[in-house]
Design a protein around this ligand. Structure first.
Ligand code: UDP
Length: 192
């Protein structure tokens, strides 16, 4: 995939359809994948926190989540094909997971939101196996990491906001041969 650098963050130039194809193939091949969905706030934060910028640039993919990134790329005369919203990738992966009996683990949001998410996902994506859910206000990270390891999921969605979610993923990606994606407020959006 071609990359476009914006303020030191390397974005992958892709489309939603192509990106979903890439991720599903990697899951089928049991490849670990770290995806960062970056909006302008994340780019600004990374610009001021070099360690975080390094962490993001070491992820497998960083996709442009937000029209601000698309506009920035255009202004820099290195346009990106399209906005690839984390939420859209998330719901497409749930659909694919449901159609292919994959296992997903969900970490993040308030306890009532994650409880609702469990119900909505069971109803809307009946073929998907819910390997586990955990609200985003835990104190024992080791226990959460161990739960992920035991669930042996294909996909781990972490929605605890940035930079928390990316830092959590970078510390725990070795627990499963899975897709790990930080997706901000997506659990709140899905549960409406
Ligand atoms: N959140 C969480 N744990 C925390 C802080 C936040 O699970 O310690 C959740 C919060 O409940 C919300 C999500 O993180 O569901 C996204 O928060 P925000 O909208 O601030 O993140 P952004 O989308 O801007 O990255």
């Amino acid at each position: 995939m071609n990359q476009v650098s914006i303020l030191g963050i390397n974005f992958d130039d892709t489309t939603l359809d192509n990106f979903v194809r890439v991720l599903t193939k990697r899951i089928d091949n049991h490849l670990r994948t770290f995806v960062v969905t970056a909006n302008p706030e994340i780019v600004m934060y990374a610009n001021e926190h070099k360690k975080f910028a390094h962490l993001i640039n070491n992820a497998d993919y960083t996709i442009p989540d937000g029209i601000g990134i698309i506009l920035g790329a255009k202004l820099l005369a290195t346009p990106l094909s399209e906005r690839v919203a984390g939420y859209d990738v998330f719901t497409r992966m749930l659909k694919w997971g449901s159609d292919n009996q994959k296992t997903a683990f969900f970490v993040g949001a308030k306890p009532n939101v994650i409880a609702d998410l469990r119900k909505i996902v069971s109803r809307e994506y009946p073929g998907l196996i819910i390997g586990g859910t955990q609200d985003g206000y835990f104190t024992d990270e080791q226990a959460v990491a161990e739960a992920i390891r035991q669930a042996d999921p294909d996909m781990v969605f972490v929605a605890t906001g940035s930079p928390k979610q990316e830092e959590f993923i970078s510390r725990n990606i070795n627990k499963a041969e899975a897709l790990f994606m930080g997706i901000g407020g997506s659990f709140d959006v899905l549960t409406g």
